[in-house]
Design a protein around this ligand. Structure first.
Ligand SMILES: *Cc1c(COP(=O)(O)O)cnc(C)c1O
Length: 381
């Protein structure tokens, strides 16, 4: 019989031991850290805390108190902006996705909204809508990412249309927004910023260019703008392949925890998991962890992906299944059923490391945490 040491579960916790822990203090720490990355010459840029995708999976409601020190929130769409208002946020809200249809103008019913404008029809929709509030607008340059926004040759016409609307009192201030394709790469910002500066040369209005990577590695350029827009780094993950969050003095705001729920003695030659993707060379103890891809753990994480069992770093074995995964108990021979398991975000195991092993990025795992995983606040018991 495998050894069992399943802890007594206090009231209030769910039956399944898998849970995520979200630490609002870490978000507050990271916000302060990002402010410090901006050179203190002249007026420091204001900071939009990017909380799209429900605060990168952490839950806007949970972390909102930690963002009191932000100058504004940035979201994807207007429903999210209105939700922030309902949660009591009174500062400005920037909407990256802007308007998807003329009907969206009906959702412009709150003050302090800033809309990113990405094509000319959106200005028409605004001009024709009976607006009770005047949103500020930010014209997005297509930049080097070419997702949305105006090409260089269309930018000035868009600016003239928007500033005419602003003079007529239809909208508020007109700003200039760029988003880099390669801010995480060395030299990924300088050329792109120079091109953007050419496009907006001589045009009045505030400027915003920097996500987490640009802010952290190109502080001087970020400091030369009026607003920065970090997301990922607020949640304590590094945007860089070669610099860890710890090196950047960022603290992870989400950790994912579970327990061993089974131990199997697997004989030599036998397989572990679907498809027998891992074959046992010599008889070994395999631990079963209740966490799978339906929880948001990446199914493509291969054998060798780090996992912490009972405080000891070990590795995933074989294919991740919907509800569980197998781990190597070789380094933790004394582990019992009920032993604590950390999947990411604590014990020195960064979510970036798990993501890299699975061929993806931290933001993919954080935003992918599934709704079936209960979330505790770090200071709750
Ligand atoms: C998501 C997003 C950000 C934040 O990016 P991070 O890399 O997470 O810091 C900033 N600006 C725009 C336009 C975005 O879509």
């Amino acid at each position: 019989m495998p050894p069992v040491n399943a802890p007594y579960r206090p009231e209030g916790l769910t039956a399944r031991p898998l849970h995520a822990r979200v630490d609002p203090d870490a978000v507050a720490h990271n916000l302060a850290r990002l402010r410090k990355a901006l050179p203190a010459s002249g007026a420091a840029p204001r900071l939009w805390a990017t909380v799209k995708a429900d605060a990168y999976g952490h839950g806007v409601r949970r972390i909102l108190p930690a963002l009191r020190g932000a100058d504004g929130l940035a979201v994807l769409h207007l429903d999210e902006a209105r939700a922030c208002r309902r949660m009591g946020w009174q500062g400005p809200v920037l909407v990256y996705g802007g308007l998807y249809s003329p009907a969206d103008a009906l959702l412009l019913d709150a003050s302090g909204l800033h809309l990113v404008i990405t094509h000319a029809a959106q200005l028409e929709w605004l001009a024709q809508a009976p607006l009770s509030q005047r949103p500020a607008v930010w014209l997005r340059y297509a930049g080097d990412i070419h997702h949305t926004g105006f090409a260089a040759q269309a930018y000035r016409a868009a600016y003239e249309a928007a500033s005419a609307m602003s003079r007529r009192g239809l909208i508020g201030e007109v700003g200039h927004l760029n988003h880099y394709a390669r801010a995480d790469e060395p030299g990924g910002v300088d050329g792109a910023d120079a091109l953007f500066r050419d496009v907006i040369a001589g045009l009045p209005g505030p400027v915003s260019t920097s996500n987490s990577a640009a802010l952290l590695k190109h502080g001087a350029r970020a400091a030369d703008t009026q607003w920065v827009r970090p997301g990922l780094a607020l949640y304590g993950a590094s945007p860089f392949a070669d610099t860890s969050a710890a090196q950047l003095e960022l603290r992870p705001a989400m950790s994912l925890h579970s327990q061993l729920v089974g131990i199997q003695r697997v004989p030599a030659g036998a397989g572990v998991g679907y498809g027998g993707a891992f074959t046992v060379q010599q008889a070994m103890d395999v631990g079963i962890v209740t966490c799978g891809y339906a929880d948001g753990y990446p199914r493509h994480a291969p054998t060798g992906t780090p996992v912490i069992v009972d405080g000891v770093r070990t590795r995933l074995l074989g294919r991740v299944s919907m509800d569980m995964m197998a781990v190597d108990l070789g380094p933790v021979p004394h582990a019992c059923i009920g032993a604590p398991v950390t999947l990411w975000g604590a014990g020195g195991l960064a979510v970036e490391e798990v993501a890299a092993s699975a061929g993806t990025i931290a933001a993919d795992l954080l935003t992918g945490l599934s709704a079936r995983v209960p979330v505790q606040l770090a200071d709750a018991h």
